[in-house]
Design a protein. Structure first.
Length: 285
């Protein structure tokens, strides 16, 4: 199929883009950056935007830099930007590792980090990353700028706190402690498919015990989130198989799992037990 007719607008400045979005949002206007999610659903006519505001010529939205406290990722930064270290910090290695699991190479070279978050697919690796690391979303509109914490940003399946006239202009990921460890694991039926469950963990080891633990789960619920119950079981524990299995069990029990024609609730819980444990195992040298 082919998309329904639409008008493409190509602003050159952020103010121009925000002005167009303010004017056209009520007329089914949509932002186009990478287009790896939007264009396919347009082709199937599951979305019929009358206007596309193409931000690929907007100066400054390709910003990818650290101020020593956080890594700022602009709305035009592609997944492929993380094929190499974006910052000399464990966060850089984490992003490079996770990026390799996103779809396929051609998609990574066009799709954008911020676009993935704005689309808010529960299976998105970047949505999981943002939720686990407590990212800050910077939303801009002609009305001004507001910052949205990750825990308040994801509202459900492909649903966010963005207003229709707001552009997700930037995401800020806090840098990790220099001695932070991380692990990631996901399960999909085929390489490149959407993950049916995924987990990202980070922590530090102080005096042989885990501390500052974060356990994130994606793909298994309507939105990715930290599982604080699992984090509590790990803090103060020696990193070993028994601790990892207990945290995985607790994470699974804390779920409100998605169900569909392929999976029931218990299957999702089994997957989460597996991906959380494996993410923790992958964090070890």
């Amino acid at each position: 199929m082919k998309p329904a007719p639409f008008v493409r607008h190509v602003p050159r400045t952020l103010d121009e883009a925000l002005g167009l979005l303010s004017q056209l949002a009520g007329q089914e206007g949509r932002i186009l950056a990478g287009g790896q999610s939007l264009v396919p659903i347009m082709a199937f006519r599951l979305a019929k935007p009358a206007h596309l505001i193409d931000i690929n010529e907007v100066a400054g939205l390709d910003r990818l830099e650290s101020d020593g406290k956080a890594l700022s990722i602009g709305a035009r930064v592609r997944h492929g930007a993380f094929h190499k270290l974006a910052v000399d910090n464990p966060l850089g290695a984490l992003l490079t590792f996770v990026a390799r699991h996103i779809a396929h190479y051609p998609i990574r070279m066009r799709g954008t980090f911020c676009g993935s978050l704005a689309h808010a697919d529960p299976a998105s690796e970047w949505c999981l990353t943002a939720a686990t690391l407590d990212a800050t979303m910077v939303a801009k509109s002609s009305r001004g700028t507001r910052e949205i914490a990750a825990r308040d940003f994801f509202e459900g399946i492909m649903s966010t706190a963005l207003a229709e006239d707001e552009l997700l202009a930037e995401v800020r990921l806090p840098l990790l402690a220099p001695d932070a460890k991380f692990g990631f694991n996901e399960f999909s039926r085929r390489a490149g498919d959407f993950a049916m469950a995924s987990s990202l963990v980070t922590y530090r080891i102080v005096g042989g015990k885990m501390t500052d633990t974060r356990v994130g789960v994606g793909g298994a619920e309507a939105a990715p989130r930290r599982i604080t119950e699992a984090e509590a079981t790990l803090n103060g524990q020696t990193p070993n198989d028994a601790a990892f299995r207990e945290a995985a069990r607790v994470a699974s029990d804390a779920l409100d799992p998605l169900e569909d024609h392929q999976t029931n609730a218990e299957y999702r819980r089994d997957l989460v037990r597996a991906v959380v444990r494996r993410a923790l195992e992958n964090s070890l040298p």
